[in-house]
Design a protein around this ligand. Structure first.
Ligand code: ZN
Length: 231
């Protein structure tokens, strides 16, 4: 058996409602990470996601590289998005129970890394339960102690762009890769994963319904999608 928690970054987008409908149709739970600017741009779509049962975590207001920010600027990015998300939950009429965080680009803030983890603890951000993850690198890199939500497998589907050679086939290769250089092999029996995926209209323009193609393939391979549980 292969277990996975699906995370979908960068909502909201034009295709957010279609992704939400697809997930609900398949019974795939997901944890979404919202960028404040994107929520403001596609507000109704973000409201839709919450009303249809999705959790929206904080993915910063403007998606910067946190290692390029001062500690104060980093906190401001997070807090500005907290205000957007508070209003969003209120407008959606949904209670905000969990407040997970994901760093844009997985950039944990460079020299501010420890200070930001301290900040998350202090402010009561929620850690996605990860004691089911047994890969060596998870502990070696201290990911088991961090509050923010990292991942064990990255589809890299956001590399499918008009000016790139990266295609649908390359995503499939990553899914099938039994010995990846980074992260853990997705289709290895007995694995437990946190999957990194995105709600990007640019990807939809290149591969229409990409989420359906890649996630249906995982279902076909017997991947069990678990609901996110928080500490
Ligand atoms: Zn992102």
């Amino acid at each position: 058996m292969i277990h996975a928690i699906l995370t979908i970054d960068d909502i909201a987008s034009e295709n957010t409602p279609a992704i939400v409908d697809y997930l609900n149709e398949r019974g795939i739970p997901a944890l979404m990470f919202a960028v404040g600017e994107n929520v403001e741009k596609y507000y109704d779509n973000a409201v839709y996601a919450l009303r249809k049962g999705m959790i929206a975590g904080n993915h910063s207001y403007s998606h910067p590289h946190f290692s390029e920010l001062t500690l104060d600027a980093a906190k401001a990015e997070i807090e500005k998005n907290e205000l957007v998300l508070e209003k969003l939950y209120k407008d959606a009429g949904v209670e905000r129970v969990y407040r997970p965080f994901r760093f844009p680009f997985g950039d944990k803030g460079g020299q501010n890394r420890a200070a930001l983890q301290h900040y998350f603890r202090e402010k009561g951000f929620h850690k996605l339960r990860d004691d089911q993850i047994t890969y060596g690198f998870w502990k070696e890199q201290g990911l088991d102690r961090d509050i923010d939500t990292y991942w064990t497998f990255d589809f890299c589907e956001y590399h499918i762009r008009p000016d790139s050679d990266f295609t649908k086939k390359d995503v499939m290769k990553r899914i099938e890769d039994r010995a990846p250089e980074q992260g853990a092999a997705l289709l290895e029996d007995g694995g437990s994963h946190i999957l990194l995926f995105h709600a990007h209209d640019e990807t939809d323009a290149m591969v229409p319904g990409y989420y359906r193609i890649f996630l249906d393939y995982l279902l076909e391979k017997g991947v069990v999608f678990d609901a996110p549980v928080f500490w």
